[in-house]
Design a protein around this ligand. Sequence first.
Ligand SMILES: CC(C)(COP(=O)(O)OP(=O)(O)OC[C@H]1O[C@@H](n2cnc3c(N)ncnc32)[C@H](O)[C@@H]1OP(=O)(O)O)[C@@H](O)C(=O)NCCC(=O)NCCS
Length: 158
Amino acid sequence: MSDIVIRPAKEDDWDLVEEGLIEGELLTERPERRSVISRERLRENARKSIDRYHRNAKKPEAAFIAETGGVRAGFVWVTTEINFSDDDTCGWVLEIYVLPEYRRRGIAAKLLQRAEEWTREQNATSLWLNAGGNNDAALALYKRVGFSVETVHMSKRL
Ligand SMILES: CC(C)(COP(=O)(O)OP(=O)(O)OC[C@H]1O[C@@H](n2cnc3c(N)ncnc32)[C@H](O)[C@@H]1OP(=O)(O)O)[C@@H](O)C(=O)NCCC(=O)NCCS
């Protein structure tokens, strides 16, 4: 799609970030658990993350909005506050989200490209993220744009 514009987020875009964080967290849960999870608790967690990594950020962070036809279609949010790498500074994608009706048009790939550029501008040499093991779309996206697996968390229900 040629009419995708990626721009920095404004303060009144953080409602979209909040919704995306809720959806993203839901997708890290096993499918059978999703319907029983309290959306209010997820909203509380989302607001805590926004307070911690945006409003009270200790290190640089940035969110970018994707627009198509002047309408918001998704966002990416990246910070330098989380560091699991050997580098002094690395980027960490806190969330990426594209509204369902705009998916599979290359928007997330463009957002990740912008997150990469921003991370390089912070003199970082790597970009990291977490993905739910059941989130096939996200896993396919990350693989497609060049991410590889570093650590796998596993669990056994007892
Ligand atoms: C994951 C997500 C961000 C992908 O957004 P998107 O804009 O649809 O992704 P793109 O169109 O840029 O996809 C780029 C490539 O990623 C892969 N991909 C993306 N979605 C896929 C899917 N549902 N199934 C298989 N591959 C997929 C494909 O290789 C795709 O290229 P192609 O369309 O040419 O085959 C979107 O599905 C989403 O917002 N999901 C809910 C939130 C979420 O899971 N966030 C990640 C949390 S870790």
